[in-house]
Design a protein around this ligand. Structure first.
Ligand code: SAH
Length: 341
């Protein structure tokens, strides 16, 4: 399997001049990519350098599913001979596209409302396999035009990025350095691992952070997110405040709305109180109506209840937006990534 660090070392050992690595990067990270990277297509390299190289991609099969309204597409990806497929989603907005990336095959966190969590955990993805998700969309978009519409990357697909942090970080560095995706256009979403949030806060880069909060009280959070038994809300909010000690940047709180579970006005009031004690101007609540799927028996909150919650946030002058959940019919919306079709 390709590993970019090993490949660069390999070139050094071969005594290849430094520009050979540059030539590789120009090829591998080209925005014009139309087919999976492969050594034979690396025309700038002499044959002698191509001996004994591993395959330049680990994707062995890919299927694209498009939504009827053309606003989103999902790619399911088979890596090597793994049984479980990875997934990535393309969301098409007016002037730009956002790509939702997966950090793991499956997820070990087992959140009750999330289809990925219900499907179990297979393994971490490598940085290169994460980059291959980006390349999957380059190949797709370049078939019918140009791929230069990709502006934003969000790690909100399968997996918990902070449980595969070294590879996710390495992938971000490559995507930033080689495709020129701005750090400010990249968002990590985490179920909330306080130690990792602090480690992330210590980094001097403007990558955005989103935290899957989903509750105002520990009791409710524990019902839907097993991770809440390991870290309580005091610890989570401590790490949020630690972040603000390091960065004066907006931070996103994701709140999925499940009927009769976490959608009472009282529960949301607890969130509001925490926000008011923290950096209320920098905190931004992402309200996400629950996306139904067959792996869980939850309902989305009623429109009436959503209006009540909205009224509370408005009254309290909390910054919030509703998440536009694209891709429901292709199982590409938040929390639906798990199926192979
Ligand atoms: N593990 C990370 C990233 C993956 S989930 C995290 O927990 O943040 C990305 C987002 O989808 C999270 O906000 C998650 O809570 C949300 N999500 C999961 N299942 C959902 C569902 N059924 N409906 C709506 N949003 C969901």
């Amino acid at each position: 399997m390709i590993n970019l660090i090993d490949l660069q070392k390999h070139l050094e050992v071969q005594g290849a001049p430094a520009y050979r690595w540059r030539q590789f990067l120009d090829y591998y990270f080209s925005w014009d990519l139309k087919a999976w990277p492969n050594v034979d297509a690396l025309q700038t390299w002499p044959k002698t350098l191509k001996n004994d190289l591993p395959a330049l991609h680990n994707v062995t099969e890919i299927k694209y599913l498009e939504s009827a309204d053309q606003r989103s597409a999902k790619a399911i990806i088979k890596y090597g001979d793994d049984d479980k497929w990875g997934e990535t989603v393309l969301m098409r907005y007016h002037n730009y596209d956002t790509i939702c990336l997966s950090s793991q095959l499956g997820c070990p966190l087992n959140c009750k409302f999330c289809a990925t969590g219900q499907g179990g955990f297979i393994r971490n993805l490598t940085a290169e396999e994460i980059i291959e998700q980006f390349q999957a969309w380059l190949i797709y978009l370049n078939q019918n035009g140009k791929a230069d519409s990709i502006k934003n990357l969000v790690f909100m697909g399968m997996g918990e990025p902070f449980l595969n942090w070294s590879e996710v970080k390495r992938a971000i560095e490559y995507l930033h350095d080689n495709y020129g995706i701005g750090h400010r256009h990249i968002t990590i979403s985490t179920a909330g691992l306080p130690d990792k949030i602090k480690e992330f806060s210590d980094l001097d880069w403007p990558v955005n952070l989103a935290i899957s909060l989903h509750a105002g009280s520990d009791a409710v959070r524990q019902k839907i997110m097993p991770i809440a038994n390991t870290y309580n809300l005091n610890q989570l909010w401590d790490s949020i405040n630690y972040y603000f000690g390091k960065h004066r940047r907006k931070l996103f709180l994701e709140y999925i709305l499940i009927e009769h579970l976490n959608d009472s006005v009282g529960e949301m009031r607890l969130v509001v109180e925490r926000i008011k004690k923290s950096e209320r101007k920098l905190l931004h609540v992402n309200m996400i109506p629950y996306n139904p799927h067959s792996a869980a028996d939850f309902q989305s909150s009623s429109a009436e209840q959503l209006r009540r919650l909205e009224a509370l946030l408005k009254d309290e002058k909390i910054h919030y937006t509703w998440r536009d959940s694209l891709g429901q019919e292709i199982g590409g919306a938040c929390g639906q990534l798990s199926k192979n079709s």
